[in-house]
Design a binder for this molecule. Structure first.
Ligand code: ATP
Ligand code: MG
Length: 457
C-alpha cells in the first residue's frame, strides 16, 4: 500500500465532498512506487477546470491560502496552490498535446481515468492512485515494468511515437535518468519515427537534452540516442565524432572521450555549464582533423572550432545567452598548457583572459577532459601547481582589470585626448603594460606612458 501524504488526502477531500474523483498521476506515482520521494504532484479529475476553480473559491476564508491559477485551461489544466504547495490538476483527457508540428493544440475530455491513462506515453507513467484511499489503477501493468526496470510504450510504440515526436526523446531521457532498459519493440520504433521528432520545437527538445545531461550518467542517454539515430537527427556534430581516433595518451575516439568527460562532470555533481562544456569541448575535432608529415592526426586550433560549433548548437536549441557565453568561453580556454616556467605576467594574463569567476569551472572542465582521455580519474592534485600560482597572483592584489588601474579615462582626457574609442584603446594598452610589470601601476608612471601613446597616435 502506498503511503499517501497528508496534504494529498486534504486536497482530495475537497473533491470527494463535491462528488468528484481525484487521482494522483504521472511522475509522482512512478517515483513513489520506486520508493523515491515524489517531487511535483500531478492530479487528474473528472471535474472540469471551471468546476475545480469553483470548488476552491467556495472554500472561502478558511482556505485563504489556496488559489487557483488557470495555467493551461485549453489543455484542461489549472494549478492549485493549497497549504503552501502547488498542484497541477488536469481534467481527464483523451488526447495528449501532440508534438508533431501538425496537430493543432486541442483538448478533448475523457469520461474515465482508464481512458486518460491510455493517452499517456509509457506504462510506468500510466498508473493512477485514487485519493484519498490509495487504490491503484494500473491498466497497462506499469508496476510490473517498474519492477523489471523496463520502459515500454502504452499501446503500439510505432503509433505512439508517430503521434508525438517528443516521446522517443523522453524515452531515452527516462532511461538515462532511471537507468532502466527500453523494451525491444519500443526501442525499435524510435528509428522509424525520427522525421516526427525532427518537427518538435527546439525548446522542448532542449528540455529533454537538459534532463539527459542532468542525469547521473548522461552517456546512457547519448549512447541510446546514437544507437537509434536520434543523435544524428538532433546533434549531427556529435555523431560525427564517432571513430575519430586520437593519439597522445588518448584511449578513446572523440565521441567516447566527450561522453566520458560529461559523465565525469555528472558523477561529480558539477553544474550544467561544466557538463555542457565537457560534452562539446572537442566537437570541432572532426572538422579540423588533418594528417601531418609523419602520418599522425592533428587537431590544430580545435578549441576555436569547437567553441564556434558549440555556440551554434546551443543557439539552435535556444539556450539562454548567459549559458551559451559561459560554455563557449570554457571551451575556448580549455587548452591551456601550464608549465612552471610561466612568468607571473603569463599567469596574470591567463587570469585576465579566463576571468577570475570562471576559473573554478575551467579547472573542472580540465579534470573532466583528463578523465575522458585516460578513462580513469586524474590525480586530484594535477592542477594544483597552476592553481597555487593563480592564487598567489590574486592575493597579490595586482591590477587585473581596467578598474584596477591607477588612472582613469578622465586622466587620459586631461592629457588632451578627445573623448572617444581612443581612450579605451590607450587604457587597454596601459593594462597590458601593467600586467607585464605591476610596478608601472602608479599614476605618474602611467600618465607618462599614456603621454607617449598620445603623441604616437
Ligand atoms: P518528470 O516530471 O520527472 O519529467 P513526469 O513523468 O512527471 O516526469 P511530465 O512531463 O511532468 O513527466 O508529465 C507528466 C505525465 O504526463 C507523464 O508521467 C505522462 O503520463 C504524461 N505525459 C507527459 N508528456 C507526455 C507525452 N509527450 N505523451 C504522452 N504522455 C505524456
Ligand atoms: Mg512531472
Amino acid at each position: 500500500m502506498l503511503f499517501i501524504p497528508r496534504i494529498l488526502k486534504d486536497i482530495a477531500l475537497i473533491f470527494t465532498a463535491n462528488g468528484k474523483l481525484i487521482f494522483l498521476v504521472g511522475g509522482a506515482v512512478r517515483d513513489m512506487l520506486r520508493g523515491e520521494k515524489a517531487r511535483d504532484f500531478d492530479l487528474a479529475t473528472d471535474a472540469t477546470p471551471e468546476e475545480v476553480a469553483a470548488m476552491f473559491h467556495a472554500l472561502g476564508r478558511g482556505a485563504k491560502r489556496s488559489a487557483v491559477i488557470p495555467t493551461g485551461v485549453k489543455h484542461g489544466t489549472v494549478t492549485v496552490h493549497f497549504k503552501g504547495e502547488a498542484f497541477e490538476i488536469t481534467t481527464f483527457r483523451t488526447e495528449a498535446d501532440y508534438n508533431d508540428g501538425r496537430h493543432p493544440e486541442r483538448v478533448a475530455y475523457a469520461a474515465t481515468i482508464e481512458e486518460d491513462l491510455s493517452r499517456r506515453d509509457f506504462t510506468m507513467n500510466a498508473i493512477a492512485v485514487e485519493l484519498p484511499k490509495g487504490r491503484v489503477v494500473d491498466p497497462f501493468n506499469g508496476r510490473a515494468d517498474l519492477q523489471n526496470r523496463v520502459i515500454r510504450c502504452v499501446g503500439s510504440p510505432r503509433e505512439r511515437f508517430g503521434e508525438d515526436g517528443l516521446r522517443s526523446l523522453r524515452c531515452v531521457r527516462f532511461a538515462s535518468q532511471l537507468g532502466f532498459s527500453i523494451d525491444n519493440e519500443t526501442l525499435a520504433a524510435i528509428p522509424q519515427t525520427l522525421s516526427i521528432t525532427a518537427k518538435v520545437a527546439a525548446e522542448r527538445k532542449r528540455d529533454e537534452l537538459d534532463k539527459i545531461i542532468g542525469s547521473g550518467k548522461p552517456s546512457t542517454g547519448f549512447s541510446l540516442m546514437e544507437q537509434t539515430g536520434l543523435l544524428l537527427e538532433l546533434l549531427p556534430e556529435l555523431a560525427a565524432c564517432r571513430d575519430i581516433e586520437q593519439k597522445g595518451g588518448h584511449r578513446f575516439d572523440v565521441l567516447d572521450h566527450l561522453l566520458l568527460a560529461c559523465d565525469f562532470a555528472a558523477e561529480k555533481g558539477w553544474s550544467h555549464e561544466v557538463r555542457l562544456a565537457a560534452l562539446f569541448h572537442d566537437i570541432g575535432k572532426p572538422v579540423v582533423c588533418a594528417m601531418n608529415e609523419f602520418g599522425v592526426r592533428t587537431f590544430y586550433r580545435h578549441e576555436r572550432e569547437s567553441a564556434a560549433m558549440a555556440k551554434n548548437i546551443l543557439s539552435r536549441f535556444r539556450y539562454p545567452n548567459a549559458v551559451i557565453d559561459a560554455v563557449v568561453h570554457l571551451i575556448e580556454e580549455h587548452m591551456f598548457q601550464y608549465t612552471e616556467d610561466w612568468s607571473d605576467a603569463a599567469v596574470r594574463r591567463f587570469v585576465v583572459r579566463v576571468g577570475e569567476a570562471r576559473l573554478p569551472n575551467l579547472y573542472k572542465l580540465r579534470h573532466a577532459d583528463a578523465f575522458g582521455t585516460a578513462g580513469e580519474p586524474p590525480r586530484p592534485d594535477f592542477l594544483i601547481p597552476l592553481m597555487d600560482r593563480v592564487r598567489r597572483v590574486l592575493d597579490g592584489k595586482k591590477a587585473l582589470s581596467l578598474k584596477d588601474l591607477a588612472i582613469s579615462g578622465d586622466d587620459i582626457i586631461g592629457l588632451g585626448v578627445r573623448p572617444g574609442p581612443r581612450i579605451g584603446i590607450i587604457l587597454g594598452e596601459l593594462l597590458d603594460a601593467v600586467l607585464d610589470d605591476p610596478e608601472l601601476n602608479a599614476k605618474e608612471k602611467l600618465l607618462e606612458i599614456a603621454g607617449k601613446m598620445k603623441d604616437r597616435a
